[in-house]
Design a protein around this ligand. Structure first.
Ligand code: GLP
Length: 259
């Protein structure tokens, strides 16, 4: 089962995950991070900034989860741009070591396989940060995604386009297609951190953690992974039936165990 950690605020979640990343990078300078976009991981990146001061990050490698298809990589809302602005530049990472799936139309037919090869060549992802969409998607794996899927093109559901319209001038500007790591790709990472904040995520979180394992709620794939830490605030935890047990287990966690 995943370990569920209920924290008082997104900032507290950011500190918890950032501390793990700092420990990882300190012990393994060429660690491979799985980077997520969206608003959810921002507190992690913010908490990392002061904590990585003085830590050698020149060898750190990273792979983003997804990208829009056909978007200009220089568009401010391309995930390449977002990762550069939110992660690479503030943390001083080497841009050449940070990868996003290639959404260019000219090469899209093999972009998924290319990305899988790059991840494999890096030795796989050590620590994957995940948000979750209101549809229960992780990465851009919309309901119905195969648990063994690898990086490929998907069609966004209307709800996701509506959710993401806030980043664009209008919903018509939100691309229809994306290229995303598959659920199988995500499950291959060694340690998953799934974060969620706010009431709007409560249903997706409850489904992912306690619901049946079903491709109708792609986040439930985390139940198949041996090492998952779910970090949620009270609002996002509000539909978890076993929340008291998760609090009890975390409060009584043996010191030697780590996350
Ligand atoms: C997008 C991303 C997902 C992210 C989700 C939730 O669809 N592709 O990786 O988890 O949005 O976004 P937010 O964290 O802003 O709620």
């Amino acid at each position: 089962m995943a370990e569920i950690v209920i924290v008082p605020s997104p900032a507290a979640a950011g500190v918890l995950v950032a501390d793990e990343i700092v420990t990882l990078v300190t012990t393994r300078p060429d660690a491979v991070l799985g980077l997520a976009t969206g608003s959810t991981p921002l507190p992690v990146y913010e908490a990392l900034r002061p904590r990585l001061q003085g830590v050698d990050v020149s060898q750190v490698r990273g792979f983003a989860l997804d990208e829009y298809v056909g978007i200009d990589p220089n568009h401010p809302e391309s995930y390449r741009s977002v990762i550069t602005k939110e992660v690479v530049e503030p943390l001083g990472l080497d841009p050449a070591r940070i990868h996003t799936p290639n959404g260019a139309l000219a090469t899209i037919s093999h972009a998924g396989e290319d990305y899988e090869r790059e991840i494999a060549a890096a030795g796989g992802v050590d620590l994957q940060i995940l948000g979750i969409g209101t549809s229960g998607h992780i990465g851009f794996n919309e309901p119905g995604s195969s648990f063994s899927s690898r990086t490929r093109v998907k069609t966004l559901i209307q709800q996701t386009r509506e959710d993401n319209a806030r980043f664009f001038d209008s919903i018509d500007d939100v691309p229809m297609h994306c290229i995303t790591q598959g659920l199988g790709t995500i499950l291959s990472a060694r340690h998953l951190f799934l974060l969620a904040f706010g009431e709007g995520k409560a249903r997706a979180v409850a489904g992912a953690v306690e619901g049946p394992v079903t491709s109708s709620l792609p986040g439930s794939a985390i139940q198949l992974h041996p090492h998952v830490t779910v970090v949620v605030d009270e609002a996002a935890a509000s539909q978890l039936k076993n929340a008291d047990y998760y609090r009890y287990a975390f409060a009584n966690k043996p010191d030697w165990q780590g996350l």
